[in-house]
Write a protein that binds this ligand. Structure first.
Ligand code: MYR
Length: 132
């Protein structure tokens, strides 16, 4: 189960990933240490998400397989897409609203860590969270 609170522990290639996304250096430096904390509450095929970071706090709801919108880094960068569950993974398929390009993301749990992988235009990154 993905339920619970997850605190960011470390990143892998996240700066390069954000650069590919076109995010400027100042924001990238802040985002690398954003203290992201995510609380996931799954009930059936519905999720309630609480997100808090140095940038913002946000709550949202989505249903597996149903398209919703999500904004990045308080900016006007918007994604549109959905999550599904495949086996033990959550798979997210999103498109940027500004250029239509694909961003995919996968959440998996290994032991007491949640790894979220991101892929955009051939660049991959990971953010690894610990239960908090
Ligand atoms: C959630 O489940 O936490 C809410 C929906 C998340 C949508 C996909 C997140 C992709 C974030 C990419 C971050 C890249 C920053 C440049």
């Amino acid at each position: 189960t993905f339920n619970g609170t997850w605190k960011i522990d470390r990143n892998d290639n996240y700066d390069k990933f954000m650069e590919k996304m076109g995010i400027n250096m100042v924001k990238r430096k802040l985002a690398a240490h954003d203290n992201l904390k995510i609380t996931l509450e799954q009930t059936g095929d519905k999720f309630h998400v609480k997100e808090s970071s140095n940038f913002r706090t946000l709550e949202l709801d989505f249903t597996l397989g149903v398209t919703f919108e999500y904004s990045l880094l308080t900016s006007c960068l918007m994604l549109q897409g959905s999550w599904t569950i495949e086996g033990d993974s959550m798979k997210g398929v999103f498109n940027r609203k500004d250029n239509g390009k694909l961003l995919t993301t996968v959440r998996t749990i290994q032991g007491d860590e949640l790894t979220q992988s991101y892929s955009y235009e051939g660049v991959e990154a990971k953010r690894i969270f610990k239960r908090g």
